[in-house]
Design a protein around this ligand. Structure first.
Ligand code: SF4
Ligand code: ZN
Length: 420
């Protein structure tokens, strides 16, 4: 017999009313920040005898020992077992952590995978909230919400920095890479349906992601396979099937079916959305995009900035400044939030000419996507080592210097049609 747990045993309140709560720097006791130190959140499927139900372990110091206002590593591993559990469901459970942790009064969470950020407020800390309580929240919510597939659940919280580094690099990243590789064989043309995702409507009420095999959700955490699993786990849940039987324009990636779906799921706020254009009816952005691309008029190209990059871009804006004009569930032609993985997709702004338009990226991002992006450029345009033609902050953060660099490297965007 399964017992449904209704109360979460933590010293602060737990309710969806706290989901949109923001904790300012001056009000925070401690911060965990995956863009600066090693953090990771992960679900793993185990056999029944490998999991001790409701076991919660903290590996490393409790937050009492942290300096007020300081930044730390954090990793949490949720191990689940159940007869009907499938590894395909792991990322779906993981993606709910954002929502669970945000429901804690005085705790704030953004991002996912190894790029999340959590803040604990002074008030929550003073009420007695500690790292072990993350375990309590995750255990209770996973058991509640995934009772159809999870029979046993145990949670390990790592605060020890060396353990967080090991968890991130040896466990988390290889798992994420393996999941991403499974998608590689699928194309938008090879599937019969796409999926909607409205998980982010708590923050951005009119935001709808349309998830396709070649275009994952802008958070980077919801692939087409994840959306499919979400729909299987919860047919009335955040991911719904979108048929693609009535194409309007294949190059733009516009469909009557997609338009109808976004109209419905945005409660009428959106009318038309294209899958492959950043200029014409681009998809909306919530707040959790991994990257933003924005039009760079001097080079006919686009600049991409990722969340981890704190410096300046050739647009004269930082990532946060670009984010402030892109988010909130509205359409902003010329600017678009997207997942990192989308950068090497054959569908990346295909309507405007595709990845050939990319003229600048932070060096670290460029290095991360280089292998896949170069492969796509070779396949689509026969270009070798395309990333060598793309500028970064070590080359230029000024548009004129960038254009000189692009000219010297014979970047294809310079001879393409203007985007505006
Ligand atoms: Fe879903 Fe999109 Fe939010 Fe990701 S960003 S959780 S795909 S709505
Ligand atoms: Zn979001």
């Amino acid at each position: 017999i399964k017992i449904k747990i209704t109360k979460v045993d933590i010293p602060v309140a737990f309710a969806s009313a706290f989901e949109g709560e923001i904790i300012r720097r001056k009000d925070m006791r401690v911060e965990f920040d995956g863009s600066r130190v090693d953090c990771v959140e992960l679900v793993q499927t185990k056999t029944m005898d490998e999991v001790e139900d409701h076991k919660i372990t903290v590996v490393g110091p409790e937050i009492d020992t942290f300096e007020p206002g300081s930044k730390h590593s954090l990793a949490y591993l949720v191990e689940v077992a159940g007869k009907k559990m499938q590894p395909d469901f792991e990322p779906v459970i993981e993606r709910k952590f954002h929502n669970y942790i945000n429901c804690i009064e005085g705790v704030y969470h953004t991002g996912q995978r190894d790029m999340f950020r959590i803040r604990i407020s002074n008030e929550a800390y003073e009420a007695g909230f500690r790292a072990k309580h993350f375990g309590e929240v995750l255990y209770t919510q996973v058991k509640n919400e995934f009772e159809a597939v999870v029979d046993k659940c145990q949670v390990t919280i790592f605060t020890d920095p060396a353990e967080c580094t090991r968890m991130r690099h040896e466990v988390g990243i290889p798992t994420f890479d393996k999941r991403d590789a499974r998608l590689e064989t699928l194309t938008d043309e090879s599937v019969d349906v796409y999926y909607s995702c409205i998980l982010c409507q708590a923050f951005s009420p009119s935001h709808v992601c349309v998830v396709t095999p070649e275009r994952l959700g802008l958070c980077g955490a919801v692939s087409w396979l994840d959306a499919k699993a979400t729909n299987e786990l919860d047919p009335n849940g955040p991911c719904q099937v979108i048929t693609k039987e009535r194409p309007i324009d294949e190059n733009l990636g516009s469909y009557e079916d997609v338009d109808e779906a976004v109209q419905k799921f945005s409660q009428g706020a959106l009318e038309h959305v294209t899958l492959y254009s950043i200029m014409q009816d681009p998809m909306t952005s919530c707040g959790c995009f991994e990257c933003i691309c924005g039009i760079e008029p001097f080079s006919n190209g686009v600049v991409i900035a990722n969340r981890e990059y704190a410096g300046m871009t050739p647009l004269g804006m930082t990532f946060s400044e670009m984010a402030s004009m892109t988010g909130g569930g509205v359409q902003t032609p010329g600017f678009m939030g997207h997942g990192k993985h989308f950068i090497s997709s054959k569908k990346f702004m295909k309507a405007e000419g595709g990845i050939e338009r990319i003229v600048w990226m932070p060096k670290e991002l460029k290095d991360t996507v280089a292998e896949r992006l170069n492969k796509t450029a070779k396949e689509l345009y026969g270009i070798d080592n395309f990333t060598d033609m793309i500028g970064d902050e070590t080359v230029a953060t000024d548009p004129e210097v960038l254009v000189a660099f692009l000219t010297e490297h014979n970047h294809p965007a310079l001879s393409m049609d203007p985007m505006m």
